[in-house]
Design a protein around this ligand. Structure first.
Ligand code: NAP
Length: 341
C-alpha cells in the first residue's frame, strides 16, 4: 500500500518537495531550484527519501541534450524528465501495491532511470532496487550504479580475467576509477592513461603502469603494440586503428565513449568500429544497462572494502547545480555526489 509521506521532522504529510529542474536544454545555468509535487509511486515502484545522488557524464549529456540525437528520445525542445540524477541511495517511505521484497524504512540504492534524483523524494522501480547495508554509506552507494555498472560491463565485454593485460584509457574519471580497481581485482595486469595529477591515484587503485595521457597515447612506444588482451576506451578520442593496433591476436577493444559532432555524437565512431572490427581483433561499442545483479555485487565489494568508490567531492543539496557544473567541466577525478539531507 502507498503510505502518506511525512515531511522530515513533522507528522504532516508532505505534498511538495524541493527539487532541481530544467525547463530547457543547456549548461548548469538552466538548472533551477523549485518546489515539485511529491511523486506517487506506481504499482511496482518504491518512493524513496533521497539521501545521496551520484552525478555522472550521462546526467550532463541529458542536461545539455548533447548530442542532438538524444533529444529524439528524451524531448525535442526540452527534456521531458526535468530533474537530473539517475544514481540514488535513499530510504523507502512508500511502496506500490505490487511490490514484494521491500518495506518502508529499508535503505536502498539503484539506477532509477533518466532522472529524478536531485529532489527530496524520488520514484525507484522496485525491480532495480538493491538493499544498502549499514556499512556502506549513502554517498558511497550513490557513487556505484552507472559508473561501477559500466566498468563491470566493459570488462565483461572484453573478457578480462586473471592474467589479462588491459589498458584503461580515461582511468581517472568516474567509470575509469572503477574499471582499474575491478580489473586489478580480477587479477589482470592493468595499464592506465590518466591526467598527470591522477597518476598516483590510479597506481594506488591497481594500475601497474600509469601514463599521463597528454604525453603517451595509443601508438606511443610506451604502449607496446600487439600486446594487450583488452583496451577499455573511456576517453573516446584515440583513432580506432591505433586502439586496434594495441591488441594481441584474440584481443578486444571496448568503446565506452566516443568524441563526435553535435548532432550524432559518438554514433559515427561506433559505426566505424563495426566496419573495422575483425574476428581476431574485435572493437565492441558498449551500451551499458542497469543490472541489479551487478549493483548487488558492487555493493558487496564495497562493504568488504574490496573496492572503494573514489569520491572527489560531495556537494550539499543546495549546491547541486555546482555538482553538475563540476562533472560538466570534464575534469572529475572519480565521482561527484550530492547529499540530500
Ligand atoms: N557506453 C556507455 O554505456 C557509457 C556508460 C557510462 C558513461 N559513458 C561515457 O563514458 C565517458 C566517461 O564517463 P566518466 O563518468 O568516466 O567521465 P568523467 O568522470 O567526466 O571523466 C573525466 C576524466 O577523464 C579524463 N580524461 C579526459 N580526456 C582524457 C583522455 N584523452 N585520456 C585519458 N583521460 C582523459 C579527465 O582527466 P583531465 O582532467 O586530466 O583531463 C578526467 O579525470 C562519458 O563520455 C560518458 O558519457 C558511457
Amino acid at each position: 500500500m502507498t503510505e502518506n509521506v511525512s515531511a522530515p521532522g513533522s507528522s504532516t504529510p508532505a505534498t511538495t518537495m524541493p527539487a532541481w529542474l530544467q525547463h530547457s536544454y543547456g549548461g548548469p545555468e538552466v538548472v533551477v531550484s523549485d518546489q515539485l509535487p511529491v511523486p506517487t509511486p506506481g504499482a511496482t515502484d518504491l518512493l524513496v527519501r533521497v539521501r545521496a545522488c551520484g552525478i555522472h557524464a550521462g546526467d550532463v549529456r541529458l542536461m545539455r541534450g548533447d548530442p542532438y540525437l538524444v533529444r529524439l528520445a528524451f524531448g525535442i525542445r526540452r527534456p521531458r524528465a526535468r530533474t537530473r540524477g539517475m544514481d540514488v541511495a535513499g530510504t523507502v517511505v512508500a511502496v506500490g501495491p505490487g511490490v514484494t521484497g521491500f518495506r518502508i524504512d529499508d535503505e536502498v540504492v539503484a539506477e532509477i532511470g533518466v532522472g529524478g534524483g536531485l529532489a527530496e523524494y524520488a520514484i525507484m522501480p522496485a525491480a532495480r532496487a538493491v538493499a544498502r547495508p549499514a556499512d556502506v554509506s549513502a554517498q558511497l552507494a550513490a557513487a556505484l550504479p552507472v559508473s561501477g555498472g559500466t566498468a563491470v560491463q566493459a570488462l565483461d565485454a572484453a573478457h578480462v580475467a586473471s592474467g589479462s593485460r588491459v589498458l584503461v584509457i580515461g582511468a581517472a574519471g568516474g567509470v575509469g576509477t572503477f574499471t582499474v580497481q575491478l580489473a586489478a581485482q580480477r587479477g589482470a595486469e592493468v595499464w592506465a592513461l590518466a591526467g598527470e595529477r591522477a597518476l598516483d591515484l590510479v597506481a594506488d587503485l591497481g594500475a601497474g603502469h600509469a601514463f599521463d595521457y597528454t604525453r603517451v597515447q595509443p601508438g606511443s612506444p610506451e604502449l607496446p603494440a600487439g600486446s594487450f588482451d583488452a583496451v577499455i576506451d573511456i576517453a573516446g578520442t584515440a583513432p580506432l586503428t591505433e586502439l586496434q593496433g594495441l591488441l594481441r591476436d584474440g584481443g578486444t577493444v571496448v568503446l565506452v565513449s566516443g568524441a563526435g559532432g553535435k548532432i550524432l555524437g559518438p554514433m559515427g565512431r561506433m559505426l566505424k568500429a563495426v566496419f573495422l572490427s575483425r574476428r581476431r581483433r574485435r572493437i565492441r561499442p558498449l551500451a551499458a544497462a542497469a543490472k541489479t545483479e551487478i549493483l548487488t555485487q558492487l555493493v558487496e565489494l564495497t562493504a568488504q572494502s574490496s573496492i572503494r568508490p573514489v569520491i572527489e567531492q560531495t556537494y550539499p543539496f543546495d549546491a547541486a547545480r555546482d555538482a553538475l557544473a563540476h562533472v560538466d567541466a570534464g575534469h572529475a577525478v572519480g565521482k561527484v555526489v550530492v547529499t540530500v539531507e
